[in-house]
Write a protein that binds this ligand. Structure first.
Ligand code: ZN
Length: 275
């Protein structure tokens, strides 16, 4: 994979991030506190549903940008380290790292049994098996073994919604989450001396979704194969646009989130029209 200058700049940032992170999290992870002592105890409908699945087993803690609800402290420590790292890096990707966070987001870590129960009542992101809604993220994770880029993907959704609101086109929302989670995971492991580079699935020409269709979809495609193509193509389009420069991409993202059509935003930001 060829790395563009913006990507290299992002990676340099990522490599510096763990040091900053180490200053904000204690060695043994976030400290458990009673639910009522959390800085925010207001939950959405899904958050209340999750806690009600097994109220006596949930522990609670918080760090700079997140509040955690978990069973296993080792899992919570791992998730807290990754979530803070991802949050700051994504904010920086949009040049918004110095903005104060008004409200911490809640992350629910559900063991397999509770996750299965929770899934039945929730509309899950079909690709990652995690879920983001409003100010809450839901993931399943047991033990200290990281399970792939789900958390980075969902934190990606959370951060862009915070900056750009609820009207981000589906392809851009998923494409950005896929793009940034791939970059984040590779960088997270490189920063910890593991050999890693972004690994992205490929797709064949026959799966290609025409741009007009891709950029106007408001619901996920019905077929599993189409869903995979939708995520891959959306991510490739975001990568392509990111390589044209960070400032342009940020302006383009803001335009689309305000309701500007894909064609108009491409023309006004990148100065080209499709035909
Ligand atoms: Zn998603």
């Amino acid at each position: 994979m060829n790395l563009s200058l913006p990507t290299l700049a992002l990676i340099a940032t990522l490599l510096a991030a763990p040091r900053l992170l180490a200053q904000s999290l204690k060695e043994d992870g976030p400290t458990e506190v009673p639910f009522q002592s959390l800085s925010s105890t207001t939950l959405g409908a899904f958050g209340r549903t999750a806690l009600a699945l097994n109220p006596d087993s949930f522990k609670h803690a918080e760090s700079a940008n997140f509040i955690y609800h978990y069973f296993d402290p080792i899992t919570a420590k791992q998730v807290a380290t990754e979530a803070e790292f991802f949050f700051r890096t994504i904010a920086k990707d949009f040049g918004r790292e110095n903005e104060a966070v008004e409200q911490k987001a809640h992350i629910f870590m559900l063991p397999d049994k509770e996750w299965e129960e929770f899934k039945r009542g929730a509309s899950l992101d079909p690709w990652t098996g995690g879920m983001h809604t409003g100010n809450e993220l839901f993931i399943t994770r047991d033990g200290e073994r990281p399970q792939g880029p789900t958390l980075g993907h969902e934190v990606g959704h959370l951060v862009v919604q915070r900056f750009f609101g609820d009207n981000i086109p589906l392809w851009l929302n998923e494409g950005y989450a896929e793009y940034i989670s791939g970059v984040l995971y590779a960088s997270y492991y490189r920063a910890r001396k593991y050999a890693a580079k972004p690994h992205f699935a490929g797709m064949t020409l026959e799966d290609y979704i025409p741009l007009e269709k891709l950029t106007t979809l408001t619901t996920y495609p019905a077929q599993e194969r189409e869903v995979a193509a939708f995520y891959i193509e959306s991510r490739k389009l975001v990568s392509f646009l990111q390589q044209r420069g960070k400032e342009l991409f940020r302006a383009f993202f803001a335009d689309l989130a305000k309701g500007t059509s894909f064609d108009s935003a491409v023309q006004s930001v990148y100065g080209v029209s499709r035909r």
